[in-house]
Write a protein that binds this ligand. Structure first.
Ligand code: SAM
Ligand code: CA
Length: 260
């Protein structure tokens, strides 16, 4: 039995996404370039309905059953494809374990797949500071955080992430975090990166998602602020002497920045 029944999920997700996108509204809110720009602009480098993707999952994915439950539940949501890719989430969990992280930040929680993913590998006194502006999404995942017994490790903060990061800095938490995942509004990526860099300790890691933005970074359109922002950050990170980096062609591209 494959771990992911790709065709059905993709078909349902895509159809619902189309409807939600056509109307441009969800729960009374518009989602313009909030995360992707257009549905086409956000793809995995390996197609999610391809045999190769299935092979990768069949030969590497070790997903906690409740994490799988949340992934399948999230895929039923009209914006399900905002969810982090499960192979990428597993890499982050492995990094979190490797560096023995205790305090992590997630910028852009959605239904909380990756928040749960990281909480599952943190020690019992570990914390995920989970930043989002939309509580309705997190309400989908919360019961599963509880079912997995890690709800106490996820500190959900519903307000603009910049505000949460500023509060953490103001309360003297600079250099006390081990890991951060940046995955919210792309236009603010540079600010998220700069604030996370202050919050992370030396040897800590910042993972930045969607750095290839469906390939659009090759020719960033002037009117696409999300791609412009990501492209500018990619150029800056290459020359940033405060970090060493790896840009991985995984999912929609993820850069790992290791604080020196
Ligand atoms: N990391 C998530 C996961 O594990 O599936 C996916 C995050 S989704 C791509 C982006 C999220 O960013 C959405 O839930 C959206 O509400 C949130 N977001 C957008 N603008 C934000 C802001 N200014 N501050 C905090 N969150 C924001
Ligand atoms: Ca993403």
């Amino acid at each position: 039995m494959p771990l992911l029944s790709v065709p059905k999920e993709v078909a349902v997700g895509t159809a619902m996404l189309g409807i939600a996108f056509a109307t441009g509204v969800l729960a009374g809110k518009r989602y313009p370039s909030l995360v992707f720009g257009t549905p086409k602009s956000h793809k995995s480098l390996i197609a999610k309905n391809s045999p190769l993707w299935q092979y990768i999952l069949d030969h590497s994915l070790r997903e906690h059953p409740i994490l799988k439950k949340l992934r399948l539940l999230t895929l039923e949501h009209p914006w399900g494809r905002m969810m982090v890719s499960c192979d990428e989430a597993q890499l982050m969990a492995n990094l979190v374990k490797l560096i023995k992280a205790k305090k992590v930040i997630e910028i852009g929680v959605f239904t909380g797949y990756n928040a749960l993913n990281m909480a599952l590998v943190l020690p019992d006194n570990g914390r995920v500071i989970a930043c989002d502006i939309n509580e309705d999404y997190a309400k989908i995942g919360k019961p599963l955080w509880k079912e997995a017994g890690v709800e106490h490790k996820i500190d959900l903060r519903i307000k603009p992430a910049i505000q949460t990061l500023d509060e953490l800095l103001a309360s003297g938490e600079a250099e006390t975090f081990d890991f951060a995942f940046i995955d919210a509004d792309k236009e603010s990526y540079n600010e998220y990166y700069e604030k996370c860099l202050r919050l992370i300790r030396k040897g800590g890691i910042i993972a930045i998602d969607n750095v290839l933005f469906g390939g659009n970074v090759l020719k960033p359109r002037k009117d696409d602020l999300a791609v412009q922002s990501i492209h500018r950050l990619n150029e800056k990170l290459l020359r940033d002497s405060r970090i060493s980096i790896s840009m991985l062609p995984m999912a929609d591209g993820v850069t790992l920045a290791f604080k020196l």
